[in-house]
Design a protein around this ligand. Structure first.
Ligand code: ADP
Ligand code: MG
Length: 316
């Protein structure tokens, strides 16, 4: 279990982490989601005692990181996959880590096997691909067989096979009863991996809820309609008490309507429809809505980003 209480970090004027209070529980994967610059890495560094909080507190199974007797057997972390001595082989890198932490040498073989690096264990880490580097970092995190695991953006830059492997690994670790805390800036990634979701924006807590609740609250749907007889259809829909939004591209959207009812209304009034479809708001869009106010780099600077962040959930 990881417990944060009012955890705060300032860098000069900048408040990178702002009074975060939440608990990461065992047996599930907890996703730590936020746009770039939200404060995820800073929070994780404070959990590991690599950065000192300006205020507040963070405890791992009730203790501060530096009070843990054998830290690697309690919490394993992947923060920066490039933090490996490139001149060492994967095997030697892990062996040094094991020896420095009183972990038996046989664990090196076990974790190499778990992450699928046995065949290249004697090769220098410098020649490793990004995916192999991530696997080596994860092997290091697993070395002490810790009850708590923390991964900072582990799927960044990985190919689909690597991403799938990491997802499966997290779920397996959680199913073994471990605490798994993993960050990402991608809602789509979290939706596939996490059981519980902690969302932050500009250092502040925006949501702390189960993935199921997040999906239920955010997967609004609406019905999209196109017709050459706009005025007549609008009259009919308004007459039926439906709220209609014009989307600007000649289409309408009805928030809380069933396509069957709208189709039947149109047929009764002999109105031709060119489109009648249910639109599902994506979770990615829900995440953007939630964090829109706290995104550091706003629309204006980059027209492409403007479209992405600015449109809300109505997309054509
Ligand atoms: P995330 O991991 O969510 O992308 P970070 O924790 O890396 O966010 O950064 C949060 C904010 O704190 C950013 O605005 C970043 O520029 C700032 N920040 C992070 N580390 C430092 C530092 N050492 N000095 C000054 N500002 C920092
Ligand atoms: Mg980060």
């Amino acid at each position: 279990m990881i417990e944060l209480t009012g955890l705060t970090k300032r860098y000069g004027e900048k408040v990178a982490v702002n009074q975060l209070t939440f608990t990461v529980r065992p047996g599930i994967v907890t996703g730590f989601l936020g746009p770039n610059g939200a404060g995820k890495s800073t929070t994780m560094r404070m959990i590991l005692g690599l950065d000192h909080p300006t205020a507040g507190d963070v405890r791992i199974d009730g203790k501060h990181y530096d009070q843990l007797k054998d830290p690697m057997t309690c919490i394993g972390a992947l923060l920066d996959a490039k933090a490996v001595h490139g001149g060492r082989s994967a095997y030697h890198h892990l062996l040094c880590l094991a020896q420095a932490n009183g972990i038996p040498g046989r664990r090196v073989h076990e974790v190499l096997d778990t992450v699928g690096l046995t065949a290249v264990a004697r090769k220098k880490a410098r020649g490793f691909s990004l995916g192999m580097g991530q696997r080596l970092g994860i092997a290091g995190a697993l070395l002490g067989d810790p009850r708590i695991l923390m991964f900072d953006e582990p799927v960044n830059g990985l190919d689909p096979e690597g991403i799938h492997w990491i997802r499966t690994l997290m779920k397996t670790l959680a199913a073994q009863g471990r605490t798994v805390f993993v960050s990402s800036h991608l809602m789509s990634e979290m939706a596939l991996t996490a059981d519980h979701l902690v969302v932050i924006g500009q250092g502040r807590l925006l949501a702390d809820m189960s993935m199921t609740d997040f999906i239920a609250q955010n997967s609004r749907s609406c019905v999209r309609i196109r017709t050459p007889q706009r005025e007549r259809l609008l009259d009919v829909l308004h007459g039926a008490g439906l709220t209609v939004v014009e989307t600007g591209s000649g289409a309408f959207e009805v928030d809380a309507g069933e396509p069957e009812r709208i189709g039947e209304l149109a047929a009764q009034h002999q109105i031709v429809l060119h489109e009648l479809s249910t639109q599902q708001a994506s979770l990615e869009e829900a995440f953007m809505r939630l964090t829109a106010e706290s995104v550091e780099y706003h629309a204006h600077a980059d027209p492409a980003a403007g479209q992405q962040w600015g449109d809300g959930w109505r997309k054509d």
